[in-house]
Every structure is written in structure tokens, then in C-alpha cells.
Design a protein around this ligand. Structure first.
Ligand SMILES: [Cu+2]
Length: 141
């Protein structure tokens, strides 16, 4: 009858083990937490290193034809400024003033054309002579 009793004692120990350590661990008070209090420094926020261009972003002089649209479609130029038009599409396009003031002529897929913008200030509607739904406004100011 000894063996069963010993076994029971062992069992008790084993049973007490985890609970004991559990108890102990619950007593372990975590040290003074480094409470990272949201101290807002009064110093002015430094601008991000690569600050984006101020909006509206100045026209870089390049229009990209992509998926049957001009990017950007509406842009502003100085008088007589040159515009580079790149056709990234798979079909021929053009950038043609509705009043005929300027015209790149057909731009083959993958080709680039340069366009001398109007010298007279104003807003010029343009389109693609192949796809009249492709439109934009070139503004000279
Ligand atoms: Cu087109």
C-alpha cells in the first residue's frame, strides 16, 4: 500500500508544481514600466526629407499617353514652351489642338513627339485626332 500512497504524493507535488510557479510568477511584479508617455516636444516638426512637390505640381513638360488618356490631361505651360509627348500605348495617338494651333501628328506606339506650345496665353482644348474621346486642356500663361 506504500506505492500507491507515494504515487499520490508525487502526483500532489506535480499538481502543486505548476500552480506554485504560477503563483510565484503572479507575484513577480514587473519593474517600473518605462511609460513612454506621449511627450510632445514643442519643437516644430521637421519636414520629411523627401518632401513632395508642392501641389499643384508644376508641369514637368512631358505628357504621357497611357491607356487612351493623356497624363496629365490638363497642364499649364509658359508661352512657347516645348512639350514632350510619349505614347506608351499600343496604338497610334496624337495631341492635336481643337483649333489647329498645334499638332504632334501621329505618334506611333512607343514613340515620342515634341510639340511647341502656343505663344498666346489662353486655354487650348486638345484631343487625339484618332480617338476624339481623348481630351485635355493645355493652358498657356
Ligand atoms: Cu488616341
Amino acid at each position: 500500500m506504500r506505492a500507491p500512497r507515494r504515487a499520490a504524493a508525487l502526483l500532489l507535488l506535480v499538481a502543486a508544481g505548476p500552480s506554485l510557479t504560477g503563483c510565484l510568477s503572479s507575484f513577480v511584479v514587473p519593474g517600473p514600466e518605462e511609460t513612454t508617455s506621449p511627450v510632445v516636444t514643442p519643437s516644430e516638426p521637421s519636414p520629411p526629407p523627401s518632401s513632395p512637390a508642392p501641389s499643384p505640381s508644376p508641369f514637368a513638360g512631358t505628357v504621357t499617353i497611357r491607356d487612351f488618356s493623356f497624363e496629365p490631361a490638363d497642364f499649364t505651360l509658359g508661352p512657347g514652351a516645348v512639350v514632350t509627348v510619349t505614347n506608351t500605348g499600343t496604338t497610334t495617338h496624337s495631341l492635336t489642338a481643337q483649333d489647329g494651333t498645334f499638332d504632334t501628328g501621329p505618334i506611333a506606339p512607343g514613340a515620342t513627339a515634341t510639340l511647341a506650345g502656343p505663344t498666346q496665353p489662353g486655354a487650348y482644348s486638345y484631343l487625339c485626332s484618332f480617338h476624339h474621346f481623348m481630351r485635355g486642356i493645355l493652358t498657356v500663361s
